[in-house]
Design a binder for this molecule. Structure first.
Ligand code: SF4
Length: 236
């Protein structure tokens, strides 16, 4: 029987504790800072949006390097980045991989953001569904990236789905591994109580669980969901 999404959240939260996303790159410390209740201002929102693009298909440690490099070159600013040459951005984001493609995606995002005068204030007044459509219309912004920007940057109540979500919850018998992004998101939106803060934590907990325990080859014997997981036996 499929477990309730809120009970699973509680088990994950108990096992891993508060994750405190979204991390913001701290140039003086040379690493990301967690648990600072970001976004605290417009520049945090912008950094989250750029981080959401950079993290496509790559581990956060590489994104962190790219963000620190952009900060060092004083390029992590919307109007400066918009005017910057492709190669100057690409050079900074080499650690995040696919740097030419990602530079194009960042430029596309900046063209959209230019319509709002590089300010998130007018963006805030756009309703969530319309804003989501606008972000998805940007070439290179898929649903996971758009939803990360919406949830973590703009504090909209949108559940972020990723490959970890599908893997863990299909093993738990909650979703089907072949379900579309929207089907899984809809399931989580309807089945998860609470607001933005919980959605924020829940996705972060899914990432840590998928990365460290429910891997391709899962570590079921040390899993906090072992007692409720129908796949436990098949992996042991
Ligand atoms: S018991 Fe195994 S398959 Fe089930 S969630 Fe845990 S690690 Fe994944």
């Amino acid at each position: 029987m499929a477990e309730d999404l809120n009970s699973i959240y509680k088990l994950l939260r108990k096992a891993y504790g508060k994750q405190g996303w979204w991390p913001i790159a701290d140039l003086s410390a040379g690493k990301s800072e967690y648990g600072i209740n970001a976004p605290r201002n417009e520049s945090d929102i912008f950094e989250i949006a750029i981080g959401a693009i950079l993290t496509q298909n790559v581990a956060w440690v590489n994104v962190e390097k790219a963000l620190l490099s952009l900060k060092k070159k004083r390029l992590l600013d919307p109007s400066k980045m918009y005017k910057a040459k492709h190669d100057d951005i690409a050079q900074c984001i080499v650690p995040s991989g696919y740097y030419n493609q990602k530079t194009k995606k960042i430029k596309n995002f900046l063209s959209w953001f230019n319509n709002y005068g590089f300010s998130f204030e007018p963006v805030m007044s756009v309703k969530t569904a319309a804003l989501r459509r606008e972000l998805l219309d940007i070439n290179g912004i898929g649903p996971e990236t758009a939803d990360s920007i919406l949830l973590y940057g703009l504090r909209r109540k949108i559940f972020v789905v990723d490959a970890y979500t599908k893997r863990i919850y299909s093993r738990l018998g909650v979703v089907n591994i072949n379900d579309s992004y929207e089907v899984v998101r809809d399931y989580f939106q309807k089945g998860t109580s609470g607001g933005v803060a919980k959605y924020n934590e829940y996705h972060a907990l899914i990432v840590v669980h998928g990365k460290d325990v429910c891997k391709s080859k899962p570590l079921c014997s040390s899993c906090c969901l072992g007692s409720i997981c129908p796949s436990f036996k098949s992996f042991n």
